[in-house]
Design a protein around this ligand. Structure first.
Ligand SMILES: Cc1cc2nc3c(=O)[nH]c(=O)nc-3n(C[C@H](O)[C@H](O)[C@H](O)COP(=O)(O)O)c2cc1C
Length: 171
């Protein structure tokens, strides 16, 4: 099955040939409520393309990522927190479906970008829930997560992209 057939948008076109990222199938997930994580996910997908990734699938709010996760080598999960350290409402159905269906993600490596606010007691709680679930499904996290504190960082994309550049070197 081609990623084009499932939910998610193919947003990458081939850039520099011979990039080590060119052979990797990436998925980028946005779990967002008010748009910050989606902006970050879009910027991450664009940066991956710029760095030579030829296959990047951006999975937005309300799009079930099963096909993209099954077919990808590497995931970047951009996850905001809402409620009391919960995943965003728009991602809850996906989160619960993954728990229920328990797809085998042992082929998948991932990086985690958590968007939160340290004035809440459960800083980035939603991102940690997704991190735990991915681990239970067999996916292997690469490197430390990027946790972005909206109370001191108004430019989430800048912090995420700085993290991404360093994280890609560890892939
Ligand atoms: C009603 C509400 C509840 C929130 N709850 C949390 C929380 O429990 N933990 C946390 O770290 N951040 C919390 N935040 C902060 C958001 O995660 C942060 O603003 C993030 O950038 C929002 O991303 P989004 O625009 O992608 O939804 C909350 C924000 C709002 C408005």
């Amino acid at each position: 099955m081609n990623l084009n057939e499932g939910p998610g948008r193919i947003c990458a076109a081939a850039e520099p040939a011979n990039s080590p990222l060119g052979a990797i199938q990436f998925a980028v997930i946005a779990a967002t409520q008010s748009g910050n994580a989606l902006l970050v996910a879009e910027m991450v997908a664009a940066r991956l393309t710029l760095r030579g990734a030829e296959r990047v699938c951006l999975v937005g709010e309300g799009e079930y990522p099963a096909a993209a996760l099954a077919q990808s080598d590497v995931l970047v999960a951009c996850v905001a927190s809402h409620g009391d350290g919960d995943v965003p409402d728009g991602f809850l159905e996906t989160y619960q479906a993954l728990i229920a269906e328990r797809p085998d993600l042992s082929h998948l490596r991932y990086g985690l970008i958590g968007l939160g606010d340290r004035t809440y007691a459960t800083f980035c709680g939603g991102a940690w829930k997704v991190d735990a679930l991915l681990g239970q499904l067999g996916a292997r996290r690469v490197g430390d997560p990027c946790t972005i504190d909206a109370s001191i960082q108004p430019f989430a994309d800048e912090e995420a992209l700085a993290w991404l550049e360093a994280w890609l070197r560890g892939l």
